[in-house]
Design a protein around this ligand. Sequence first.
Ligand SMILES: NC(=O)c1ccc[n+]([C@@H]2O[C@H](COP(=O)([O-])OP(=O)(O)OC[C@H]3O[C@@H](n4cnc5c(N)ncnc54)[C@H](O)[C@@H]3O)[C@@H](O)[C@H]2O)c1
Length: 482
Amino acid sequence: MRARPSASHFVDGRPVEDDAGDPIDVIYPATGEVVARVHAATDAVIETALASAARAQREWAETDPAERGRVLRRAADIIRTRNRALSELETLDTGKPLSETLVADASSGADALEYFGGLAADVTGQTMRFGQDWAYTIRRPLGVCVGIGAWNYPTQIACWKAAPALAAGNAMVFKPSEATPLCALKVAEILVEAGLPAGLFNVVQGRAPQGSALVADARVAKVSLTGSVPTGRKVAAIAGERIKSVTMELGGKSPFIVFPDADLDSAVSGAINANFYSSGQVCSNGTRVFVHEDVLEEFTRRLRVRTEGARIGDPMDEATDFGPMTTEAQLRVVERHLATAREEGATVLGGERLDRPGFWITPAILAGVRDEMTVAREEVFGPVLSILAFREEGEVLGRANATPFGLSAGVFTRDLARAHRVAAALEAGTIWINQYNLTPAGMPFGGSKASGIGRENARVALDQFTEVQTVYVGMSPVEAAF
Ligand SMILES: NC(=O)c1ccc[n+]([C@@H]2O[C@H](COP(=O)([O-])OP(=O)(O)OC[C@H]3O[C@@H](n4cnc5c(N)ncnc54)[C@H](O)[C@@H]3O)[C@@H](O)[C@H]2O)c1
């Protein structure tokens, strides 16, 4: 199986190759086969991308916002008509099963393009009065923005960043993860096909050096990163030194709380989605599953039975619902965490390496996990669900919040007052009540504490790709002291 992009990069409206850059092999995680090869961007490619973005952005900012919106909505329509091919590419890039990618990747990208396409003509300022004088504000695009992606949702991440940036009149240079370089190239092609002028959305490949070169460039006004906390610290430091604004979508160790009155089957489904979807490679996953002592045994029993029913196999078979890890390195991280959890006293059910080519490990349920164990403190980013017992609401809230992360949280209960009381007390950017991991384009998504700065999606993302310019209007003669 081969994926063969027409070139490594997409710059100034067309595919661009420069094989002087370091090679990056694209590996299909289900088999370990090399399916394509791209090259990291050379300085020349980065220069062309930034120069074309800076040039194109000036005109785009002057374009009628309604026209900008039409381009994005046309791109959304094209993505939907090609959903199957794009989903197969996403599966090839990430190893996620087609049963997921057909519904959650290209279509989520299309949702964002459609949503921000609809909002493009509604970027408005305010007016305010000061006696006879008054002032008004204009929301202006920032200029050239850089997007840097993680490997778990390559199409979605590219679209979630491009859509608000472009709707607001910015240009973007996007660097996908080196592990999944293919999907963003398709997004770029489709945007141009939909009528996006050349230079407004460029894709350049590479690793940390290419990412940091983009962030450091004086022409870049803003950086939106999806990645780990350590990378976030580095990227925010480069941006901070140069006073650039940032959106940081980083990692998590989110709590998922099951009260004794919860609909237990629904809570089990929620926990499965919050831990095993995309083989657990989801930033917002609720990996610390706090279960009330009264329902602990029954919850664990149902969870085990359901998890044993997971159909693990060929990701291209639509009947499969659990695929491999995306990279061999991440598989090793998961194995290391499982070994440490065993040493620290957790009972590990599942989590077995499958004897076949590719990066396969079965879903793991860890029982008897305590707060101080490594697996309860560090992000694993794999199919590892930790069960922790609790007794009281106040106790579980304290434990849930005792983490440097603050991305997400989940609460399962039938008690309305408790659901909202607990949600209000949780230190997390996104909280689901009796649901988990749903992220419609109209809902702000992002983290607090070490999990991030800023939000993606919804109107707030548009605000964060613009800045406020204030104009004060004097209506009377000016007085002065002398
Ligand atoms: N909050 C969210 O929305 C969200 C979504 C998906 C993934 N994530 C997080 O992403 C992580 C997994 O993804 P990953 O392993 O690709 O993350 P990563 O931090 O290793 O890499 C992310 C991106 O940053 C680039 N990069 C690495 N070092 C850089 C540097 N010094 N300067 C500039 N760019 C640099 C990488 O090449 C890659 O494109 C997890 O921590 C996960 O929680 C967060």
